[in-house]
Design a protein around this ligand. Structure first.
Ligand code: 5RP
Length: 234
């Protein structure tokens, strides 16, 4: 991916405005008459709102979470089960971190497993994010890993052996339960310099459902929201 050219200074936009900006920009990648893959999160919510303005021009969406499904349906967009659709031309989703090669950390919204599934069935991954998500090396954002609950402690020890500090994500004082009925372990203290190898290794640990490194399903295009406008990295 090529870094955006240096911008000319202008009035800073709020993070919410930056998200809305890239949400709207992503409409350019939606093939009219087709089904679009839709991710999860606050940036994607802006995209869903924008998608509603062209809902009569698309067949519908395959969604990566219960939350996105509810938002899509509330806005009158049909949602298809991923098994009903063989291939999608595009998947639009946010990221917690993205590097210059398009490798990402995802799963801050706990939807990483379904996100990876929909990304895998899509020909193009368009990442939408505000510019704060662009990093040199992945790992500053706590890495989400969806695990089968009985494997959580073992997986946490494996991360500790790599120098990471892992904890089970909680909601209202209890382990958070994902849309798939599993738990999330968040890992800090890692520098993920080889995302492809890291993803392959951790994915093989018993009890790991999905690791939040998206290297094998990386972004083909990234639309970065900045106060100077949307920068496209591809
Ligand atoms: C959800 C995700 C989101 O794409 C990621 O957390 C970014 O979210 P936001 O747009 O709210 O910053 O991976 O599982």
């Amino acid at each position: 991916m090529t870094a955006p050219a240096s911008p000319t200074p202008s009035k800073p936009l709020s993070q919410d405005e930056l998200k809305a900006q890239v949400g709207r920009a992503a409409l350019a990648y939606v093939a009219r008459g087709e089904i679009v893959g839709v991710g999860t999160g606050s940036t994607v919510n802006k995209f869903i709102d924008a998608l509603a303005t062209i809902k009569d021009e698309i067949k519908g969406a395959v969604s990566s979470s219960v939350a996105s499904t509810e938002r899509l349906r509330a806005l009158g967009i049909s949602v298809f089960d991923s098994n009903e659709v063989e291939e999608l031309s595009v998947y639009i989703d946010g990221a917690d971190e993205i590097d210059h090669r398009g490798f990402m950390v995802k799963g801050g919204g706990a939807a990483l497993t379904r996100e990876k599934i929909v990304a895998a069935q899509s020909r193009k991954f368009v990442c939408i994010a505000d510019a704060s998500k662009l990093v040199e090396v992945l790992g500053a954002f706590p890495l989400p890993v969806e695990v089968i609950p009985m494997a959580a402690r073992r997986v946490m020890r494996q991360f500790a052996a790599m120098g990471g500090i892992a904890q089970v994500r909680e909601k209202d004082g209890l382990p958070l339960v994902t849309d798939n009925g599993q738990h999330i372990v968040d890992v800090t203290g890692l520098k993920i310099t080889d995302p492809l190898a890291f993803e392959s290794t951790v994915s093989q640990w018993p009890g790991v459902v999905t690791v939040g490194v998206f290297a094998h399903q990386k972004a083909d295009v990234c639309l970065l929201g900045t106060s100077e406008g949307v920068k496209t990295m591809e």
